[in-house]
Design a protein around this ligand. Structure first.
Ligand code: PLP
Ligand code: ZN
Length: 555
């Protein structure tokens, strides 16, 4: 006997029945947002039982709305790795940053889980046709699973979806309709089409299968974190991260994640809820605006203007309400970042950690940068970023025109003194494309610094291993920026700085000072007005992490 019984539940009126048919509204009150709930018939025994199951999302089938496991349509979805970030996390000063690598799904995004359960679910009820509306990835994932299941799929999408993605959709044999308009308009066209043909229409966050599928991401995260950090103080085997960060469009992902953590708490698997970092593009951020304005419902976003089609949901539905309530109860944020910030972050995670992600995914990383910079996320918190999708074809506008850079070295831009912190100092660096000299006696620290500078597009990099060499290289190479370690044997950073400031030729070269210790007031006075930025070494990397990095390089 299955240890769980699945029920259909109406959160509006409390109506409930056994989950034996696909309903699109509550038979009692008409509510269209329904839930699956699970009644335990016998212990789940998950940590032990899961060990021997193949690493797909179906390991968690007891908490999924599927009865006949033989109807499952699978391409091996789920079971994606949780990868600890190396350099990106070090750059941000985060000691526990993990990337849930959903790019490794069969069609390269976390929509694979949704498609697998949705298509399996309609197969269980002998439905062979389906209509979906999509900003790209749902169409791709559903197409693959529909093809495998012999389901006839019609997908409606918006014209800003990159042509490469559209080609992939048609490759699977899906009927594709491109709607010129907003995503909400495309959804309406799709719904009318489905109604006129009497076909089932996938209802996104209102689809029970879609929402339930997303839970498997959270189960995997908690299970992995349990292995890394051990049981909770109260003896629960799995771990809830402090943060779950995701780029949000319709909000299906975080809604499913929340439900999963509630169930894990209910069934004794983990405890507590994560804070959600819901990141939207500032060109289409209806949820962020509504939340910041304290609204209970999110009004439509008029004239979306983002090049990131994947997250172009202009009319947020019920997901906003659910996420808002969760944020008010458990903490977390709605935040937006620009497309450009996302492209910058995209390049950083690629160059620093080796992840090629799609622009929508990069929104989450850009959001993370912002949250760290704003001190909302702390160095010792356990942070998981959902790396939602891969960028197989590099979209033109990411690299296009990139070889020509706008450089602004107006005096005003140079004089601005950034706050402490590697990121803000690097912001100043971003103003230059010139030559950067790193004067640092610790080779590992120098290498990491140069690596991060390189990720910021600095190509002309020099390294001096001590103060004396630093001075000689300043004279010989006239760098546009100096990154200077304060504590060095022989001539220290103060010495280098004094020398530079006393020579007319070098006086105006900006200097970012790096120091491993807190400065005395006297030292601060010596530096004041002399440097462009001050980095606390410990704020982006501690010695142990650094040693790990170096050891890894050598092994
Ligand atoms: C669908 C999608 C999102 C947005 O997910 P929601 O949880 O539905 O808001 C973000 N990134 C990628 C790559 C996606 O495919
Ligand atoms: Zn009801």
């Amino acid at each position: 006997m299955r240890p769980t019984k699945v029920k259909l539940y109406c959160p509006n009126c409390g109506y409930s029945e056994d989950y034996t048919r696909l309903l699109s509204s509550c038979p009692s009150c008409g509510e269209t947002y329904l839930d699956a709930v699970y009644e335990l018939q016998s212990p789940l025994n998950w940590p032990a039982a899961l060990r021997d199951r193949p690493p797909t999302m179906w390991r968690f089938h007891e908490l999924l709305p599927i009865r006949d496991l033989s109807k499952i349509v699978s391409l091996g979805e789920g079971g994606t790795p949780l990868i600890k970030s190396q350099n990106f996390g070090a750059m941000l000063g985060l000691n526990h940053l993990y990337i849930k690598d959903e790019r490794q799904g069969p069609t390269g995004s976390f929509k694979d889980r949704q498609a697998a359960l949705a298509i399996s679910s309609i197969r269980e009820y002998d439905i062979n046709e389906l209509v979906v509306a999509s900003t790209g990835n749902v169409a791709i994932a559903y197409s693959a699973y529909a093809a495998r299941a012999g389901v006839e799929l019609t997908a409606f999408t918006i014209s800003s979806v990159p042509p490469e993605k559209m080609r992939e959709v048609t490759l699977y044999g899906t009927e594709l309709v491109k709607v010129t308009g907003t995503y909400d308009q495309a959804k309406q066209v799709a719904r009318r089409f489905a109604e006129s043909k009497g076909l089932p229409f996938d209802r996104g966050v209102k689809s029970i299968a879609a929402k339930e599928s997303m839970k498997t991401i959270a189960f995997e995260i908690a299970e992995e974190l349990g292995k890394i950090y051990g049981p909770t103080p109260s003896g629960r085997p799995w771990r809830t991260p402090d943060w779950y960060i995701q780029a949000v469009s319709g909000g299906l992902g975080p809604v499913g994640i929340l439900k999963a953590f509630r169930e894990m708490e209910q069934f004794g698997l983990s405890e507590g809820m994560p804070k959600l970092g819901n990141i939207q593009s500032s060109g289409c951020d209806p949820m962020v605006r509504a939340y910041k304005a304290g609204l209970e419902e999110a009004p439509p976003f008029i004239n979306p203007e983002t090049r990131i089609a994947t997250v172009a949901t202009d009319v947020p539905g019920i997901a906003y309400k659910i996420l808002r309530e969760a944020l008010l109860t458990h903490g977390g944020v709605f935040e937006s970042v620009s497309d450009e910030e996302a492209y910058e972050a995209l390049k950083m995670v690629a160059r620093l950690d080796g992840f090629s992600v799609e622009p929508a995914t990069a929104l989450a990383f850009a959001g993370l940068i912002k949250l760290v910079r704003d001190h909302i996320i702390h160095p010792d918190e356990i942070v998981v970023v959902n790396c939602t999708g891969h960028t197989f074809p590099v979209e033109k506008h990411i690299l296009g025109g990139e070889l020509v850079r706008d450089v602004d070295v107006t005096p005003a831009a140079r004089r601005e003194v950034p706050q402490e912190g590697l990121l803000s100092a690097l912001e100043a660096v971003d103003q230059f494309v010139g030559r950067v000299l790193v004067i640092e006696d610790d080779l590992g620290a120098a290498q990491l610094m140069m690596r991060i500078l390189r990720a910021h597009g600095v190509e002309d990099l020099l390294h001096a291993p001590n103060g004396e060499a630093g001075v000689r290289m300043v004279e010989r190479y006239q760098p546009h920026l100096v990154v200077l370690d304060l504590m060095m044997p022989g001539m220290d950073g103060f010495g280098v700085l004094d020398y530079m400031r006393s020579h007319e030729d070098y006086r105006d070269i900006p200097v970012v000072v790096v120091t491993a210790k807190d400065l005395t007031n006297e030292e601060r006075d010596r530096l004041s007005g002399q440097v462009q930025g001050l980095l606390q070494k410990g704020s982006f990397i501690d010695d142990a992490t650094l040693q790990d990095l170096i050891d890894e390089k050598l092994s």
